[in-house]
Design a protein around this ligand. Structure first.
Ligand SMILES: *[C@@H]1O[C@H](CO)[C@@H](O)[C@H](O)[C@H]1NC(C)=O
Ligand SMILES: *[C@@H]1O[C@H](CO)[C@@H](O)[C@H](O)[C@H]1NC(C)=O
Ligand SMILES: *[C@@H]1O[C@H](CO)[C@@H](O)[C@H](O)[C@H]1NC(C)=O
Ligand SMILES: *[C@@H]1O[C@H](CO)[C@@H](O)[C@H](O)[C@H]1NC(C)=O
Length: 406
């Protein structure tokens, strides 16, 4: 009897203990996942934490912008090498733009592996896989991948597919490529549009498409720009697709072709424009205000350069490389403040690039007053009085200020 009671007691205690252990484990697990979810960096609202989400909705939900206005979005260009990628990740810039190429493209060493490099570079210390894993794990930044070769598209979309199926791509992904021949381009260097669009539909239909035209800007022919036929051809290609589409357009050439782009924007709610700019060009505040007056704020992204700090050797080399072999006049635009902080001889070296080169020194009101700028300007004009110009400009801030006033 006593022993039976004892064994009954023992059973009772065993059940109670096991129940307690289970309960504690369950509570522990629940707490662990709750905390894990809270501490995980990541998007919270399922509707906008998706590769096919609208970029503005996504950034709004993160609190990085406060209204659906493309002007508020900031871009990091060519976040390709590990160094650039890390600099981009450590910045407060909202969207990373990076170039994808194939390792060893068109050489005996071609591997088919997508790497982060801007042509003509065909090697990189960063593969797309490393890039995506790092960017996805350590930031909430939007992603724009720029493809200059069709060969890079398939393996890259396969990679995105895998990561997305694993639940890791909880942010908008833009896929950019020039797929039509645009203004002043005589040879066919665009990607095959049919194949590019088919690959996206097959492999990664979640992407926002960013299909563009190849372009060459000729400053002395300002009216030689996108034609109605070019814009209609693009609409013919993407009009029936299900994706969001943002058309990258060369900012300096947009005003003269505005009727066509205005028409294009009217063709679908899925459409927007992304204004981009080459390093040697400036876009007037006038033009930007004109675009804003003539469409909704969510219909245009402004992927334009901000003034840089000091003109380093790399930038100078890039500027000179850009104008090498060009027969047309080249106009270099330099910001007064960084120019003042640069080594001597920058202006002379740019002017030496070509007898038809000119330098325009710009003054943005953010840095320095006119007195400090004047010193820089006089030094520049001392190099060559006939080929140095001056203008005061700082479009993004001026524009924001203007909008604030109106
Ligand atoms: C291929 O790689 C080898 C070894 O890295 C190199 O020596 C060779 O020049 C490369 N060939 C081409 C065509 O780039
Ligand atoms: C693009 O590729 C398709 C399919 O391979 C081909 O039929 C078409 O001719 C190509 N277009 C151009 C412009 O090369
Ligand atoms: C260029 O276009 C503007 C308007 O877009 C027009 O006023 C001007 O006359 C044009 N110039 C030439 C040379 O066609
Ligand atoms: C303008 O800059 C100069 C030189 O940097 C400085 O001495 C001067 O006080 C500044 N003037 C104003 C009004 O800020």
């Amino acid at each position: 009897m006593a022993s039976k009671e004892c064994s009954n007691n023992w059973k009772k205690w065993a059940i109670v203990s096991i129940t307690l252990v289970l309960l504690v484990s369950v509570i522990g697990l629940v707490l662990f996942f709750a905390l894990w979810k809270v501490t995980q960096p990541g998007c919270k609202e399922d509707a906008v934490c998706r590769p096919d989400a609208d970029m503005l909705d996504y950034l709004l939900s993160l609190g990085q912008i406060n209204q659906r206005d493309g002007l508020l979005v900031t871009w990091y260009h060519a976040a390709n090498s590990q160094k650039e990628m890390n600099a981009a990740l450590n910045s407060d810039i909202m969207v990373l733009e990076a170039d994808v190429n194939v390792e060893g493209l068109n050489t005996a060493n071609e591997t088919g592996v997508p790497i982060m490099a801007h042509p003509p570079a065909i090697y990189s210390d960063n593969t797309l896989q490393q890039w995506l894993e790092t960017v996805l794990a350590s930031s909430q930044k939007g992603i724009k991948l720029d493809f200059k070769s069709l060969k890079a598209v398939r393996p890259s979309l396969d990679l995105l597919r895998r990561l997305t199926d694993d639940g890791k791509v909880r942010r908008p992904v833009w896929i950019n490529a020039d797929i039509l021949r645009g203004p002043n381009i005589l040879t066919s260097i665009e990607l095959n549009a049919t194949q590019f669009l088919a690959l996206v539909q097959e492999k990664y239909p979640e992407a926002t498409l960013s299909p563009g035209w190849t372009t060459l800007y000729l400053p002395m022919f300002p009216n030689s720009t996108y034609t109605r036929a070019m814009v209609e051809e693009m609409q013919g290609l993407v009009g029936a697709l299900p994706q969001r589409v943002t058309f990258p357009v060369r900012a300096v050439m947009v005003r003269a072709a505005w009727p066509y782009f205005s028409w294009l924007l009217g063709q679908s709610d899925r459409y927007s424009l992304t204004l981009w700019q080459s390093i040697s060009e400036t876009v007037s505040v006038d033009d930007l205000l004109y675009f804003r007056d003539n469409c909704a704020t969510h219909q245009i992204y402004y992927d334009l350069f901000e003034p840089v700090l000091g003109y380093g050797e790399q930038l100078l080399t890039d500027m000179l490389a850009l104008c090498q072999g060009l027969w047309q006049p080249v106009s270099f635009q330099l910001q007064a403040e960084p120019l003042g902080q640069s080594t001597d001889g920058v202006v002379a070296r740019l002017l030496a690039a070509s007898p038809r080169a000119t330098v325009t020194v710009e003054h943005s009101t953010a840095g320095g007053n006119y007195t400090s700028v004047q010193k820089v300007l006089l030094a520049a004009r001392a190099v060559d009085r006939t080929r140095v110009y001056y203008r005061s400009q700082s479009y993004r801030r001026d524009l924001l200020a203007d909008i604030g006033r109106n």
